[in-house]
Design a protein around this ligand. Structure first.
Ligand SMILES: [Zn+2]
Length: 344
């Protein structure tokens, strides 16, 4: 008996897109530091979600269905829920935060983080949580689903972070907890809400939540005001980071360091869909890899199982962004390379 993961946890699209953007930017472009800072923040958040996932996965209760990173919209308002628990007895919104240091919740609603003697203000996650709860209720009403009990919780992922609620605010006691306490909270909610909705209604709700997902990769070029012309094209050498690999006898060869590779083009192709949109034509692909042979592209794509769409045999065809899980493998690969490769 374990929880049922309906929508799995993957490295967020925004994190993947920013990593990919950094990979294609020359180091001397202004703005690189800002992207690196934002990426570090996203990675910390992602680790926080993984920490929570660890406790949820080990929580043995098949009544709990888990959705990670739900993105919904209601009356033009988009909202995102890190983790939603769907059970026959209640719904629960969990918002993981990976803060370190001491977190002081002040009576005026401010959250102050104290770390190494420095004080820093943060947006109060409780405010964010109330907004999500409000919008989720509205979404349910709009879909003519009778609204079950909705619990919500800010989850502090870092076990060493101290939650400081000196003024004893009930909102903090009730709605903020460490990740390791989450299984106990879930047990309490089951006791608090003994009434169940029936299995059929639960399945309908599950289907509808999945069907209305907005799966979007944010436009990071726009966000950081980076011009397309500044991005490096070609096939990047993992070893020396030069974008000059040449196709020789079915392999990529780096003229700078002599490394050869069968797969150096793979992360480049995946990057396209993160930076330029969900579809790519043969021509766009050749421009990206800086190769001329149009017959090479279908072969490379086929090997990677990149889905194809459109009609006809040539110009009407295009390639589609592959599934989220494919990206995660490359994400870890790149992180490893980034640590082992000296920047130019
Ligand atoms: Zn090289």
């Amino acid at each position: 008996m374990i929880c049922l993961i309906v929508k799995p946890l993957f490295a967020p699209w925004r994190l993947l897109a920013e990593q990919s953007l950094l990979w294609h930017l020359p180091r001397d472009i202004p703005g690189v530091a800002a992207i690196e800072k934002d990426l570090a923040r996203l990675e910390a958040g992602w680790h926080g979600e993984q920490e929570l996932d660890f406790y949820l996965r080990s929580f043995p209760d098949e009544r709990v269905r888990i959705f990670y990173d739900l993105r919904l919209s209601i009356e033009e308002q988009k909202f995102q829920i890190d983790t939603l628990l769907l059970t026959p007895n209640f719904l629960a919104i969990l918002e993981a935060k990976n803060y370190s240091g001491t977190l002081s919740f002040l009576p005026d609603g401010q959250l102050v983080r104290i770390i190494s003697g420095r004080r820093e203000g943060f947006p109060n996650p409780l405010t964010q949580l109330s907004r999500q709860k409000y919008l989720l209720k509205k979404w349910l009403v709009n879909h003519q689903i009778s609204v079950p009990a909705i619990e919500s919780q800010v989850v502090i992922a870092n076990p060493a972070a101290i939650i400081d609620n000196l003024s004893g605010m009930p909102s903090v006691n009730d709605f903020v907890t460490h990740a390791e306490q989450i299984p106990a909270r879930i047990q309490c909610w089951f006791k608090k809400y003994p009434d169940k909705i029936n299995e059929a209604a639960l399945n309908v709700l599950e289907k509808q939540l999945l069907a209305e997902q907005i799966e979007d990769v944010p436009d990071v070029l726009e966000k950081f005001k980076i011009k397309t012309a500044n991005l490096q094209r070609g096939v990047c050498c993992d070893h020396c980071r030069n974008y000059s690999m040449q196709r020789i006898y079915g392999q990529w060869a780096c003229p700078f360091c002599g490394i050869r590779s069968q797969t150096a083009h793979e992360p480049m192709l995946l990057d396209y869909f993160l930076l330029f949109g969900r579809n790519m034509t043969n021509r766009q692909c050749r421009e990206l890899l800086m190769v001329e042979n149009r017959y090479l592209i279908p072969r490379l794509m086929k090997k990677m199982n990149i889905p194809i769409a459109g009609s006809g045999a040539g110009a009407g065809l295009y390639y589609k962004r592959p599934a989220h899980e494919i990206y995660e493998t490359y994400y870890y690969q790149r992180r490893k390379n980034n640590i082992t490769t000296k920047s130019r």
